[in-house]
Design a protein around this ligand. Sequence first.
Ligand SMILES: [Fe+2]
Length: 325
Amino acid sequence: MAATGVGRTVERETASGVEVSPVAGHIGAEISGVDLTEELSEETVGVIRAAVLRWKVVFFRGQSLDHAGHVAFARRFGEPVVLPRRGSASPAGVPEIETTADRLELGGRFGMEHEEWLARRRHTLLRGWHCDHGARVDPPAATILRAETVPPYGGDTTWANLAAAYAGLSAPVREFVDGLRAEHRLGVGYQPRPGDDAYVRHLLDHQVATVHPLVRVHPVSGERVLFVNGYYVEQIEGLSRAESAAVLEMLLEQAVLPEYTVRFRWEPGSVAFWDNRATIHLAPGDNAHLGFPRTMHRVMLAGEVPVGVNGKPSEPITGTEAGRW
Ligand SMILES: [Fe+2]
């Protein structure tokens, strides 16, 4: 059923009672009329799959998935990734799920205050934007994130549509970036502590780095995607450091222009399902100081090695191998 607005039809699709309602101009749709705890029909799975492909991130509200139901839902769309040795981050017996509670106290694990660890990271407003595990040679195809406990205010997540960002570049700049490749690396821009730094040692021992095309061709939609983010991208190949920094800043700003983004206000039971190949997202930075608990559960679906406009695939540098976690 299509609802009519003034002048033209609102794009809203209904199939077997499932309704897809876009929430922003370039990205994001809310899907209603479906209970994710039930066995979904092929038709419903097809509607959701098409909505993720088109709107890049879809939202379900008022769901009551448990861990097993979350994994079962994810399996209808791909193969859940099992991270090695996640320890207490996964609920007992459900290695496909990663649980995050409140902020990541990463600094504390490496002998420094969290604030110092934050201060030692690269200084840029665009730094936190990322796709999940983007420094791997085969980043996950999708992520399905479920909220258990959320703060009464604060704690929203924001996504950006990288296909729309690419399409919004001028033709000469699109042509310029089409053939470029960039290094994606864990821990870029971190300023080491003088002397021994446990975090640097950890980075060196667990380094993950890949050369990805700067523009990847989406394996399903065929869209060109501006494959940049502020978290992992270090250097554009073949450009000087200064040129690379300037071009990256321009592209990162393009990627997160407000018109290419959508912001989601979580409620307990909310589920967000995004295409990790065509988006970047920003974890909230406005809730840790409030002291309210925020517990989220994540399942990622295995992805493939990206391919550039010229057909050339990504190349692993270190710590990453296609299909091996
Ligand atoms: Fe993430």
